[in-house]
Design a protein around this ligand. Structure first.
Ligand SMILES: Cc1cc2nc3c(=O)[nH]c(=O)nc-3n(C[C@H](O)[C@H](O)[C@H](O)COP(=O)(O)OP(=O)(O)OC[C@H]3O[C@@H](n4cnc5c(N)ncnc54)[C@H](O)[C@@H]3O)c2cc1C
Ligand SMILES: O=C(O)[C@@H]1CCCC=N1
Length: 393
């Protein structure tokens, strides 16, 4: 048992299951409020089996949905606060360019939220876009809008910083300890591979494993767990698409799924460009070879790079893997269990939850202490899914 553990079957205010970015921020907010909190993680930390590992994530105000755009101001502030507390730099401003047809409704909604929230940026015609970013060829006559506040979060470092902040507030983090059973009740009993704990409330932030913990609690949410290929592409001229050359992050509004990229930085000479989808995969068998019918994501990226980014070699130089947990509408689930009201669920972050983790953690903390959440929660409610399958309890 880890040194700072309480004895067998001790009572916590809250237990959080899953120390990815969402569970870690939830635990951090709870501990900052003086709640006795236990954060349980199945794998020894750090690990690369879930959704929060890797060097980089995009942070941006540019969102087509108002409910995310309005959370971003607070999210930036909380990231800055964490940087100050931890004494580390977590955010690098690069700007972000959204590329799309000027008739694309999602593009137009992004422009509207940027204006509404007074976010500094510029509109680009096809011609001015190519002049300003010569490395980009708007192949189908796309236009652009930029978000000057956007940039890159150092993901691994951020995860470490928030877990360290949690511990410094007196929180207990047990890694390498898998939750195997949850018994609901006024006091929730949690059994792990190492012991039994009790808490007045429980937060489940288990990423792609969420349904494995929810099914025995009579709930199966309509999640798709996807294996995403994180591809890095070589610059023909080193640094041409780099942060030092002021190349921005970008989000290309392509059908059926978007393509996004980050300037070369973490691996010098390599630009991270990914397809915002992947093939269905169980997180327990993430790297099992794909069926023949699997999504040709690399070909889609190669085609995009040949057409739009002529300064890159259209062959991936490095491919890593990560998991998405998608909901049908790509909105998060932040809600109480419909039957066990002291069990809170944070899941379904659909490949865009990292930047919002400071606010997500605050909302899950508010739900677990019985406070009114600071934002309208309707988009995140479980009851938006019709006809949920009901596993027997
Ligand atoms: C390739 C890729 C690129 C992305 N890019 C961006 C981006 O640019 N910007 C952005 O904002 N977001 C991005 N995201 C999304 C973001 O990274 C995720 O939304 C976020 O990391 C989800 O975190 P999580 O804590 O929900 O899940 P996870 O990180 O998977 O954490 C869940 C944790 O729960 C643990 N767990 C599960 N079951 C148990 C159990 N029984 N007992 C104990 N522990 C358990 C798991 O081991 C895991 O550590 C990206 C995601 C990927 C994969
Ligand atoms: O959330 C983000 O910014 C990235 C880029 C767009 C698609 C998903 N993740």
């Amino acid at each position: 048992m880890p040194a700072q553990s309480k004895p067998y079957s001790s009572l916590y205010d809250t237990i959080v299951v899953g120390a990815g970015i969402q569970g870690s921020f939830t635990a951090y907010h709870l501990a900052q409020r003086g709640r006795e909190t236990l954060l349980l993680e199945q794998f020894p930390l750090p690990h690369s089996r879930g959704s929060s590992h890797g060097q980089s994530r995009i942070i941006r105000h540019a969102y087509p949905q108002e409910h995310y755009a309005q959370m971003m101001a607070e999210s930036y502030r909380l990231w800055e606060q964490l940087e100050a507390e931890a004494g580390v730099s977590l955010y690098r401003q690069t700007g972000l360019l959204v590329l799309g047809a000027n008739t694309n409704p999602e593009f137009q909604r992004c422009c509207r939220t940027l204006v509404k929230h007074d976010v500094p940026g510029e509109l680009f015609t096809t011609e001015s876009l190519h002049r300003r970013f010569p490395g980009i060829r708007p192949y189908h006559g796309e236009v652009g809008v930029s978000d000057h506040t956007a940039g890159v979060l150092s993901a691994d470092r951020a995860l470490w910083a928030v877990q360290d902040g949690f511990r410094r507030c007196g929180g207990a983090l047990h890694d390498g300890e898998k939750v195997t059973d949850i018994k609901p009740g006024v006091v929730v009993t949690v059994t792990t591979s190492r012991g039994v704990y009790q808490a007045k409330s429980l937060v489940i932030t288990a990423g792609p494993w969420a349904n494995k913990l929810l099914a025995p609690l009579g709930l199966l949410l309509p999640f798709q767990t996807l294996r995403i290929k994180v591809c890095y592409w070589k610059e023909k001229v080193p640094g041409a698409y780099g942060v030092s050359a002021n190349f921005p992050c970008f989000l290309a509004l392509c059908a059926p799924h978007h393509i996004y990229g980050l300037p070369s930085n973490e691996y010098p000479g390599l630009v991270k460009i990914c397809y915002h989808s992947g093939r269905l995969a169980d997180p327990e068998e993430r790297d099992r070879p794909a069926e023949a019918s699997a999504l040709p994501d690399i070909q889609i990226l190669q085609d995009f790079i040949s057409k739009y980014l002529p300064g890159l070699v259209p062959e991936p130089a490095v491919v890593e893997h990560c998991m998405y947990t998608n909901t049908p509408d790509e909105d998060f689930v932040l809600d109480r269990h419909p039957k066990f009201r002291n069990i809170i669920i944070g899941a379904g972050f659909s490949g865009h939850g990292f930047k919002l983790a400071p606010v997500v953690g605050k909302l899950l903390c508010q739900l677990s202490v019985g406070e009114e959440p600071s934002y309208a929660m309707e988009p995140f409610r479980i009851h938006r899914f019709p006809a949920l399958p009901a596993p027997a309890l």
